[in-house]
Design a protein. Structure first.
Length: 259
């Protein structure tokens, strides 16, 4: 045989391809922080590579800080995102109400754009996920549990971020959604206690969901902006009411009335 145009595929190239696949999945949110990977046998079968190749790929990923092996507990995706906002800064923000407006201003700018990108780029799978997250909120709407509401709220907004298919936007917003879950900047009890407040939030989420499903870019951006602006105005009004009450209480004391 005179020769061949084909070259032997190096074993290391296969391992590199496995590493590349993991990196892409982490980058686009298909693999999340703390997610446990399947066992070696199952994972090698899914990837259709030998166990030796898989071990080499996982070793490389561990060296890159993308996965971590726990003694006797399997292999996990490493916490590479962490928090965009440090714990001391979170505490500082939580103790000073003016920081809330800065936080919400950031959300309006970033999430409105995210909603528009989701409407433009979402695949059918993305739309199904977003719809399912809204349906979960609607199903539990009658439960007066702000903790459950915060969790579902964060899940819904996170699904929209993922549908942008923009890794920087996904990772930037992930920490923000954790703050929603923790109720750092506002307490959902306040909204739930206001007549019609909880219903308005659900209607706003429905409008966002519908616009994204319909592929209405401008409508999705506007619906998200309206939703976040409603929250800003709601809590700004609540703050003014507290200030008026305190002023009236002090004035009453000067007139000898019991507060």
């Amino acid at each position: 045989m005179a020769g061949t145009k084909f070259r032997k595929v190096e074993h290391t190239r296969v391992a590199h391809a496995v590493v590349e696949q993991f990196e892409q999945m982490i980058l686009h949110g298909a693999l999340r922080d703390g997610e446990k990977l399947p066992g070696e046998r199952e994972l090698s079968e899914q990837l259709e590579v030998s166990r030796q190749t898989l071990r080499e790929a996982l070793k490389t990923l561990e060296q890159l800080g993308l996965v971590e092996a726990k003694q006797g507990g399997g292999t996990y995706i490493a916490n590479i995102v962490g928090s965009a906002i440090s714990k001391p800064l979170i505490g500082l923000f939580a103790r000073h109400e003016e920081a809330y407006l800065d936080y919400m201003e950031f959300r309006v700018l970033l999430e409105s754009k995210a909603a528009g990108l989701a409407a433009e780029r979402a695949t059918e799978f993305d739309r199904q996920i977003i719809q399912s997250k809204f349906d979960a909120m609607a199903e539990l709407h009658e439960q007066d549990d702000p903790n459950v509401g915060a969790e579902l709220d964060a899940d819904f907004h996170h699904s929209i971020a993922e549908a942008t298919h923009n890794p920087m936007m996904i990772f930037s917003l992930r920490s923000i959604f954790e703050l929603i879950r923790q109720g750092v900047f506002y307490n959902r009890y306040v909204v739930y206690l206001e007549a019609g407040g909880k219903d308005q939030l659900l209607a706003q989420h429905q409008a966002i969901c519908a616009a994204i499903i319909a592929g209405d870019v401008a409508g999705a951006e506007q619906a998200m902006s309206d939703h976040l602006t409603f929250i800003i105005n709601f809590f700004s009004d609540a703050k003014r009411m507290r200030q008026r009450f305190e002023t009236a209480r002090l004035r009453a004391e000067t007139y000898g009335f019991e507060a």
